[in-house]
Design a protein around this ligand. Structure first.
Ligand code: SF4
Ligand code: SF4
Length: 149
């Protein structure tokens, strides 16, 4: 089951500087605004990655729990907490359990992109290779295809 948005709970990420966070984060570019509410425009393509579910500040996005950690009929809702996520699981019999796991080592917004890299990040982004790849492969240059022209 793909994600769906509870329109009564969506506040269009009011006050968030990146705008609607589900639109910002979806790796498959599925989440859009319809009017002033988030919605999944292509449910069949949703990989249930949970990215939008975890990021939504109002917990407005629902998705089923994977069968390997949520028993049939139970509900699960993740929410962000300091340096981690809390998963609330509501079982069929009404029992509610919460599990909190660390998911990051630095406070939100404090990471510095390319910190520690010695290569020119702008040049790397403009190239056809991933930033830093040659460094991690231990070579000066990545192999290139021979040109036929
Ligand atoms: S669960 Fe993942 S793939 Fe599905 S809409 Fe949310 S971010 Fe996109
Ligand atoms: S992240 Fe949540 S509150 Fe923000 S637009 Fe999407 S559904 Fe609405």
């Amino acid at each position: 089951m793909p994600t769906f948005v509870d329109p009564n709970a969506c506040n269009t990420c009011e006050g968030e500087d990146k705008g609607p966070l589900c639109v910002y984060i979806c790796p498959n570019d599925l989440m859009k605004l319809k009017g002033d509410k988030g919605f999944n425009q292509e449910p069949n393509l949703c990989s249930e990655c949970y990215a939008c579910v975890k990021l939504c500040p109002t917990e407005a996005i629902r998705v089923r729990g994977y069968a390997d950690f949520i028993p049939l009929g139970a509900e699960v809702q993740p929410r962000r907490v300091e340096l981690g996520l809390t998963w609330t699981v509501k079982f069929r019999d009404g029992e509610v359990l919460e599990f909190t796991y660390p998911s990051r080592t630095k406070p939100v917004g404090s990471s510095i992109p390319y910190e520690g890299f010695t290569e020119d990040p702008i040049a790397d982004l403009r190239g056809q290779t991933l930033a830093g790849e040659s460094v991690w492969l231990g070579v000066d240059n990545l192999p290139t295809f021979a040109s036929n022209v």
